[in-house]
Design a protein around this ligand. Structure first.
Ligand code: NAD
Length: 455
């Protein structure tokens, strides 16, 4: 498998993919190792995680560079991901023991009833590339801490980063066979899904998520799916316009728009619409497209390469054909690699793909609305349900609007934000199950009911 630098289109490295038999061997070894690991000392697991965090800190410059080279993430944003990743590690290390503590739910003279929390066994983690430390870690870390073994398939677009995660966890004290990396693309992911695993945890697109869920259904094993989004934001008439425009432009274009929770469509109250559009475009013009290794760059290339450029051209072309106007960008950047200019569309509506299908790139549509109710209706007009944001200075208004949205995360005066302490989950096409928070730790355990007759 060739690994390509999306900033240049040049190959970085070649690497051997796993096969059916190599995956089966890794599973067999993981199965044996997990029997011991599940009984290992919890303080030792916690110490390994803390050592992992220290190793990341020590090697941060090289790790950030690897991520930027293979994914194209601007280097300052690669550092941001690593800094925040260490906070997630801390959260998991601080909270996993509670998820494993047995609960005595009834105690009489002759009978005790106890809920024990056991690991699932060996789980598969099939991951995306856009935040490879976050999305890989959201599964690997709580799964290992709760006594599971993991077969981890990083995205083929973030393989080098995935290999680094595994190397550092092994260095930190996680037994070699408890965490194995599976290298390859879609075909290898499919082979992994066919193995007799005890759980499948996936981050990626909706069609692949469905395929993973079907594979899990065949074995009746738990499945977790973190899928795409078409996340809306609404700016009401009482906002500080320049501030809201700056925050929403950042939410739309951070990581070059390749975030599951990126702002993908913005509704603006008609009374502030013109001022908002002007302020938003001014923010977009401040973005610096360029070499992602340069710390001044804020907009990098598209990791998915040519296919993603074609996808963005298709969405912009469709919008234009239906009457949208392009206020900024609108085309590929004239330079090597896979770059698209930051693009702002107005006069958009819901007949256009750009307002309905996930964009996953630096393209945004801004739409004027006459009222909160109109904004609400449009925000809810989607098959996705990951996040939604409302900007207003009125808390009650935000509360009322956000309560009506069928999403996993509701943002008031903020957007494109993830906290390790809060559950991360998508509704409808955006996914199934939860990562992060204590829910995202419990997801890797199963309850056992103990009925203990004492006499
Ligand atoms: P993708 O679906 O193309 O690939 C994801 C993973 O699945 C990769 O490792 C890939 O090799 C593997 N794969 C592909 N086909 C497979 C198959 N048939 N069986 C098993 N595995 C298979 O998605 P992507 O391009 O890597 O990621 C981008 C998507 O991920 C976007 O839609 C984004 O919104 C979503 N995402 C969601 C979250 C979240 O937390 N909800 C986080 C990050 C990314």
């Amino acid at each position: 498998m060739k690994i390509v630098n999306p900033a240049t289109g040049e190959p970085l490295r070649s690497i051997d993919e796993d096969t059916q038999s190599s995956i089966a061997q890794k599973l067999e070894r993981a199965r044996r190792a997990q029997r011991e690991w599940r009984n290992s000392d919890l303080s030792m697991r916690k110490a390994a995680l803390r050592a992992f965090s220290k190793l990341i800190e020590a090697e941060q410059a090289e790790l950030a560079q690897t991520l930027t080279l293979e994914v194209g993430k601007p280097i300052t944003q690669s550092h941001n991901e690593l800094n925040s990743f260490r906070k997630r590690i801390e959260f998991f290390a601080d909270h996993f023991e509670v998820a494993l503590a047995p609960e005595v739910v009834a105690r009489a003279a002759d009978l005790e009833e106890v809920i024990a929390h056991e690991p699932l066994g060996v789980v598969g983690n099939i991951s995306a590339w856009n935040y490879p430390y976050f999305v890989g870690g959201n599964v690997i870390l709580p799964a290992l801490l709760t006594g599971n073994a993991v077969l981890y398939k990083p995205s083929e677009l973030a393989t080098l980063t995935g290999l680094e995660v595994v190397r550092l966890l092994h260095c930190a004290g996680i037994p070699q066979d408890c965490l194995a990396v599976v290298v390859g693309g879609a075909a290898v992911g499919k082979l992994l899904c066919e193995q007799p695993l005890n759980g499948l945890f996936f981050t990626g697109s909706v069609p692949t998520g469905r395929a993973v869920a079907r594979a899990a259904a065949e074995r009746l094993i738990p499945v977790g799916l973190e899928l795409g989004g078409k996340d809306p934001a609404y700016a009401a008439q009482d906002v500080d316009v320049p501030r809201a425009a700056a925050a929403l432009a950042d939410g739309a274009f951070y990581n070059t728009g390749q975030s599951c929770c990126a702002v993908e469509r913005v509704y603006v109250h008609q009374s502030i619409y013109d001022r908002f559009v002007e302020a938003f475009v001014a923010e977009v013009q401040k973005l610096r497209l360029g070499d992602p290794l340069d710390s001044a760059t804020t907009l990098g290339p598209l990791a998915r390469g040519e296919a993603q450029l074609a996808h963005l051209e298709q969405q912009v072309g469709d919008a234009r054909a239906k009457g949208a106007r392009v206020l900024a960008g609108g085309k590929r950047a004239a330079r090597p690699g896979f770059f698209f200019e930051p693009t702002v569309l107005v006069d958009v509506d819901h007949s256009m793909q750009v307002m309905r299908d996930e964009t996953f790139g630096p393209v945004i549509g801004l739409m004027s609305v006459a009222s909160d109710e109109a904004a609400l209706e449009l925000m809810n007009d989607t098959d996705y349900g990951l996040t939604a944001a409302v900007y207003t200075s009125d808390a009650a208004r935000a509360q009322r609007l956000l309560a009506e949205l069928d999403v996993g995360s509701a943002y008031w005066n903020c957007c494109d934000r993830v906290s390790p302490a809060l559950p991360w989950s998508g509704r409808r096409n955006s996914g199934l199950g939860t990562t992060l928070s204590t829910y995202g730790i419990e997801a890797f355990t199963q309850p056992k009911a103990w009925h203990k007759r004492l006499v």
